[in-house]
Ligand binder design. Sequence first.
Ligand SMILES: [Zn+2]
Length: 311
Amino acid sequence: MADLILRDATVFDGTGGKPFGADLAIEHDRISQVSERGGSGSTAVREIDLAGAAVAPGFIDVHTHDDFAVVLYPDAAFKVEQGVTTVVVGNCGMGAAPWPTASLFSRAFHPASGIPEWDGYAGYLAHLDAHAPSVNVAALVGHGTARGEVMHLDDRAPTDAEMHAMRAVVEEGLDAGAFGLSSGLVYEPGCFAATDELVDLARPVRDRGGIYTSHIRDESAGLLGAITEAIAVGERAGVRVQVSHHKSAGRENWGRVNESLALLDSARARGVDVGTDAYPYTAGSTILGALVQHGAFGAPGDSAVSKAPTS
Ligand SMILES: [Zn+2]
């Protein structure tokens, strides 16, 4: 006997094919049988009539900042209730480690809640394993978090020693199970990084078959140059690229995506593995720190990543 039968569902199976009516039997948390609508004669401990409702594989939310939310609210109702079963975290250069800098980001996202301390991405992922949230979590290493930890808010190129330290953060994360590196080049401190720095840090990502994702340097008047830079990182480091939340913001820039998508098409035509994601709506959101920079928010210590991080 099945544990659960979902009767009379309309199934979107994720292959892109036409939806079809079916009964689904579930045993031990797995779909054990898909039969024609009304065709499942078997019985179950529990049955749910899904007439008029759809069944689909869980959604993968490829662009989230749920790094700390899944720690603080492991039931993840805010995602599960939307049908999301996997979240990609660590986007836009903001990762879950190293902890001192990551905890400052956490305070910016969740001012009222403190996160437990963990050691590196290995510690973060071990924490998730031990306190499994109800969504799967795929983590990216944040370039901004790595740079903030090593160089604080310094607007300059890294020394060799600093480059080495940032590379160590990236490698620790990848070895722990992160599947790539993200950058946030409108935010401090990511905006202080030159393309060469990103290429250098993306090399360990290539060596491990990971992906480089970027909140690119400019999503308005400078969109095309910023897309070109993301492609260049992919080409020079030999790494796959994901342009995050692709858009052309600002009324005077509307329509420029026709040109940016053409740039992506031509990069793909010459063999660069580059893709994009986009919001499923016409609004965007970010933090004030994307506009108010260079310490204008107040003394060091007040901003999300400070020159003198305090825990
Ligand atoms: Zn972003």
